[in-house]
Write a protein that binds this ligand. Sequence first.
Ligand code: NAD
Length: 421
Amino acid sequence: MASSAYTGPVFDMALAQFQDVADHLEIREDQRLRLFMPKRTLIVSCPINLDDGSTTVFQGYRVQHHLTLGPTKGGVRFAPSVDVGEVAALAIWMSWKCALAGLPYGGAKGGVAVDPLALSRRELESLSRRYMQEMIPFVGPHTDVMAPDMGTNEQVMAWFMDTYSMYQGKTVSEIVTGKPVETGGTVGRREATGRGVAHLAARAMEEVGVRSQGATAIIQGFGNVGSVAAQALVQRGVRIVGVSDHTAAYYDPAGLDVAALERYAREKRILRGFSNELSIDAGELLEQPCDLLVPAALERVIDAHNAKRLRCRIIAEGANGPTTPEADAILRERRDEIFVVPDTLCNAGGVIVSYFEWVQGLQQFFWTEDEVMERLYAALDRSWNAVRARARKDDISNRKAALAIGVQTVRRAKEMRGLFP
Ligand code: NAD
């Protein structure tokens, strides 16, 4: 590819995965950039007044990958690491994920380079509102629909929705998903990603012959995805032996008290200080023996260095992009020991229920929690069956199978629509 505005290790990883799948699908070289490169990107400066009276500026991004299947859809991340390459990679992965799940969306992602835990509530509200205000010409309920991701939550979505609506002079609840239920959100959205991860982890356990009852799990990241996955796994009889966040890691082979951890994290917003005796080095935690390893935080945490040393039976990827291509090659070698449920499949519960929320918002007709969960699990099961069948038929990894289905779906739609003008 000629020089591009999108750089960095996460973007390179999305490109390497795509090239691998494009080779497998025998996509002509000249057709590849049209499928892979993001359609458009907006970079904004968001000035806000801080509580100490000073003014500061945060850089914000929104990348829309393709508009072939409908509006774009994707979360907004508030984290210090955010840059345009990372956001673009996450947008591209969203496209393959939505296509695999059969949703009428292209992928998008947004982000602001900021540590949200360093802001007061008022500062966070100012930044959220200013970011959305800057995005108004770029997004819309039929153009690009936002949702929570790392560092953002239901409250931030409520501020986004309120800001957008104020400018339109009417309530436009469909501009974001992952809103509080009180403001037009759907029941089950907050829990959807974590519960989906637990559901597919259970399918994987069935497949490799591990009983849920008494199985063990280690979870990296204890935010929305990690903490809900932990609770959903406990409900299925799984013992959580390790958890971590960016401030602490805990390990207890006898099992951790997930409800106490959850209460602690809700109150303090971090895990540091929960226990001294149970502390373990965060890197070592990933290498402890367990049935299920659930990365639910950052990208690129399973790499060439630790992939050989993992002692889990299943990796269920709650996070986006937690496994590098180099680690993937090692895991392919170890496929008889470790079964991988890839991110594109494993964490799709979030965007599936976001789609349900968008549909309910457009129709102003709301479903019960049972209806949401039943449809979520049915959608995940369809994707699971398609990925497993493809992996078996082509003798490829689950990741390559999931990406192949996603890429092929977008490719076919582009071919049928043709190239304008
Ligand atoms: P969150 O902000 O609610 O939680 C993130 C968690 O990761 C926090 O506990 C944080 O402390 C922890 N963390 C950060 N750096 C860490 C590190 N170095 N080591 C260990 N833990 C670390 O975010 P979230 O919404 O739970 O998202 C987590 C991951 O799941 C991201 O990759 C996100 O893209 C992905 N994801 C989220 C959703 C969703 O619906 N929220 C959907 C699909 C995928």
